[in-house]
Write a protein that binds this ligand. Structure first.
Ligand code: HEM
Length: 330
């Protein structure tokens, strides 16, 4: 009996050991914390990225907004795979929603420096995620760890670029994020990225200011009437020449800071895009906005959601490639 249970014990140990080995073997093809440690000669990849982002942020603080949007448009289309960075006819970059995406030059600068130090090691998709992380921390957000080891996809097609419209309802936006494996709470947190950056009058003129619901002259009633007045009078007058004027997505003094004022503005009906204000108009998300506006939970929950976004449909192991330059396949 004792012999039998000792044998069973050994068998159980063997099963556990095999399971650990199997998991460890599997994890080679997964993202890891510090994936590049010791892989770039004497250089610390994350320190190099951070140095370049910091220098850029010092002279160009809106880079944080460019990089956050870039991460979304990258990861929401076939995953965080560097597909957005490819130049050429018919690539993701040429699709209409991506024409106003910026920050590609920063990614190229980081890549050039890393190639100089350790050619063929660091993927463009990892650079996007690391650079965004560093910019968020510089703009007042919390620092957070990201796992690395992504590889770059050898595919980039404009036709794949399907992103939610700025007038999306909560249900439409939730369905979109759901397909990425992200929850409604993740979505509300990620839209908090609109705490930085700008949009253009062309995006809100017809839908919110001058022909809400397709009715000529109608203004969106969910927009604070004083803000509607200011936009119509000063920022986005009803002439074609105002189309390219910029509108801060958050209050101007806070438009470069990662903070909770985005959610506070939604409570005051001052969200700029319909998709933003809808988060407060819809009962399913209103309590989340209230919770984020009235607490400091955004500071730690935003990174959690960004990390989830950064791991959507990644390539790892021997999949894809490590590009030599980010805007061209090898
Ligand atoms: C339903 C989802 C979303 C919609 C409909 C949406 C829509 C938009 C639109 C229309 C603009 C302005 C573009 C322009 O006028 O040039 C914008 C800007 C921006 N978006 Fe979103 N967005 C969404 C989700 C996100 C997410 C998840 C992030 C990041 C995590 C993000 C980050 C940004 C940032 C930072 C800007 C400002 C960019 C800059 O100033 O360079 N957005 N978004």
């Amino acid at each position: 009996m004792a012999l039998l249970s000792a044998m069973q014990g050994k068998a159980a140990l063997l099963v556990v050991a095999l399971a650990v080995l199997w998991l460890a073997a599997g994890s080679h093809a997964q993202l890891q914390n510090g994936f590049y440690k010791g892989k770039c000669g004497g250089s610390d990849v994350e320190v190099i990225v951070q140095g370049i982002v910091k220098a850029r942020f010092g002279r160009d603080a809106p880079i944080v907004a460019h990089l956050l949007r870039l991460q979304f448009h990258e990861c929401a289309v076939n995953g965080c795979d560097g597909g957005l960075l490819i130049d050429g006819p018919g690539t993701e970059k040429t699709a209409p929603p991506n024409l106003s995406v910026k920050g590609y030059d920063l990614i190229a600068d980081v890549k050039a420096e890393l190639e100089r130090r350790c050619p063929g090691v660091v993927s463009c998709s990892d650079i996007e995620i690391l650079a965004t992380r560093d910019a968020v921390a510089l703009a007042g957000g919390q620092n957070y760890a990201v796992r690395t080891g992504r590889r770059d996809r050898r595919q980039s097609k404009a036709a794949d670029v399907i992103l939610p419209a700025p007038e999306s309802t909560v249900a439409q936006a939730t369905a979109f994020f759901g397909k990425l494996g992200l929850s409604q709470m993740d979505m509300v947190l990620l839209l908090g990225a609109h705490t930085v950056g700008v949009t253009h009058c062309s995006v809100i003129k017809s839908s919110r200011l001058y022909s809400y619901g397709g009715r000529a002259g109608a203004t969106d009633p969910s927009l604070d009437p004083y803000y509607a007045f200011v936009y119509k009078t000063y920022v986005c007058p009803n002439t074609a020449s105002s189309d390219d004027n910029i509108v801060f997505l958050d209050d101007q003094p806070s438009a470069l800071k990662v903070d909770t004022s985005y959610y506070k503005n939604l409570q005051k009906r001052r969200g700029v895009l319909s998709v933003d204000q809808n988060l407060y108009g819809d009962g399913s998300t209103r309590w989340m906005v209230d919770m984020l506006a009235n607490s400091d939970n955004f500071s730690w929950l935003f990174p959690v959601a960004l990390v989830k976004l950064s791991e959507v449909n990644v390539l790892t192991g021997t999949q894809g490639e490590i590009r030599r330059v980010c805007n061209t396949f090898n």
